[in-house]
Ligand binder design. Structure first.
Ligand SMILES: [Zn+2]
Length: 142
């Protein structure tokens, strides 16, 4: 919530594409797609505590984060497509560009996937919510 005309002073990168109200802000900041005020998850993506626990609804605007059973089925496809392309490009890069052996390339891939697994899972849900719900400036104020 902004008070008066004072410029918001937080650690968020102040580029217009990542500003509050843009899809990128909500997706990469993992904020509620409707009001952009509340986080979707209680814990950080790299804290590895409660990695898959999501809030049921937005405490700020009341947006339901589980509007229907199987809602996140679509998010699975996003994370699948994203992960598949990432794996292919990552291994090809290590093997062909850096000249790593096949075994080393795949070993590195598994390590990287293990670290980013939770992040990709959450990012896919965040993208999926943003496909289905639009930012509502009125809800942000309320
Ligand atoms: Zn909200």
């Amino acid at each position: 919530m902004d008070i008066g005309g004072a410029a918001p002073c937080n650690s968020t990168i102040n580029m217009s594409i990542f500003k509050k109200g843009s899809k990128a802000y909500s997706i990469f900041g993992m904020k509620c797609p409707k009001c952009h005020e509340e986080d979707l998850f209680d814990t950080g993506a790299f804290s590895f505590s409660k990695p898959f626990d999501m809030k049921d609804a937005c405490p700020h605007c009341g947006q339901d984060f589980m509007p229907e059973p199987g809602f996140y089925f679509g998010a699975m496809f996003i994370s699948y497509i994203f992960t598949a392309w990432f794996c292919i490009l990552f291994v090809l890069f290590l093997h062909w560009v850096l000249g790593w052996s096949t075994a080393a390339s795949f070993g590195a891939l598994i390590a990287v996937c293990a670290i980013f697994f939770v992040y990709i899972f959450r990012l896919a849900r965040s993208i999926w919510l943003n496909i289905n719900f639009k930012y509502d400036p009125e809800k942000a104020k309320a």
